[in-house]
Design a protein around this ligand. Sequence first.
Ligand SMILES: [Zn+2]
Length: 451
Amino acid sequence: MSDLVVRGGTIVGAGGSAHGDVAIEDGRIADIGPELAGAPHEIDARGLFVLPGMIDVHVHFNEPGRTHWEGAATGSRALAAGGGTLFFDMPLNSTPCCVSARAVNRKREALERASVTDFGLWGGLVPGAVGEMADMAERGVVGFKAFMCDSGLPEFPRADDQTLRDGMAQAARLHLPVAVHAESHEITEPLSVALRDKVRLKADLTVRDFLESRPVIAETEAIGRALELARETGASLHIVHVSTGRGVSLAAEARARGVDVSIETCPHYLWFTEADVERLGTIAKCAPPLRAAEHADALWNALMAGDVDIVASDHSPTEPAMKAGDFVSAWGGVAGVQSTVPVLLDRGYQDRHLPIERIADLIAASPARRFRIARKGTIARGNDADLVLIDAGSSFTLAEEHLQQRHKTSPYVGATFRGVVRATLRRGEAIFMDGHITARTCGRFVRPDGL
Ligand SMILES: [Zn+2]
């Protein structure tokens, strides 16, 4: 007999959705079908969509070392409240940065104690550390992250082209992807220097000045270069937080010519525009920056056309004091781990009739496929019972008290979303239910299958 039955929901699968029950035994999906036998525990899912839990491939929970910014305990709770059951933490902004096997071990131990969701880890690709990649792969990282421009942290320097080329060749040998923050250093650095000079000279610094210091061409040039390096080295390339339709097109064209590339975008590029940066100020500062409305539209079109593979939060908060000040000194990063699924439901499912099955693919099935995570990402017999129950017929307005993250600062506060996450189950355990975190146990470390 199963331990738990999720009863009467619309179960969302790749091939379509069907009304029915999900039976769970020992954290795995034991059966799927209509009117399954009763169990000691039941969750009423009538009127709700049942989706695979979100796999957020891009977060910065900053543990160990910068838990005063966020932390896996609070970050993972926010993820759970947003419908997520697994995250991949970026190698920065923890201390030390995750660029060696030792650092991977330390972070794994810290997160095993703190996270309520399952988690995986990105290793870092920085100059002088290509030799560490094999050991990090051995420890189970999902891939290697590199910056093509200044990362904002001196201890995580950008990868010059030769480091990127060597790192991609090594990653290809290790059968792991390289993720790039694609903005050109050659273009952004002089513009950033000019911006800093303006602040130093006490000249008026406008939102425009900041936005123009990170132009679209900085992204598209870097994407083009990363694609060429991936083509040459045979590496799997993952382009994080693509902010423009042009960026997506470049990658999609290269993919059609045989480059192994996956494309990620983030909810803030789909929800906000430059006008919101004017309205919200530095709380909406991120890199690449939020773009003009035409770029957000183009991104949605690319997403609707199936050219975007994954939507991830790039949740990157800090202390409120560090988010204040002018556009040069304020930390760049948007806190949105709890809002990714609501953004896709509201502007995607409701406004653009983005099929719910496609949302399940973008947030769960596609990440599991790309990063070879076994038994996750889809609702299938034998898989982990990682589920999110969604009420697409209700709406809510996000308030600070809803936020589970460490600091209650998010540009989404005040936004109304059509679509509510009712419950999140991680391996059969309800970790979020009706507005409350209900997790009793910690999450597990997850590594790529076959490595
Ligand atoms: Zn990031």
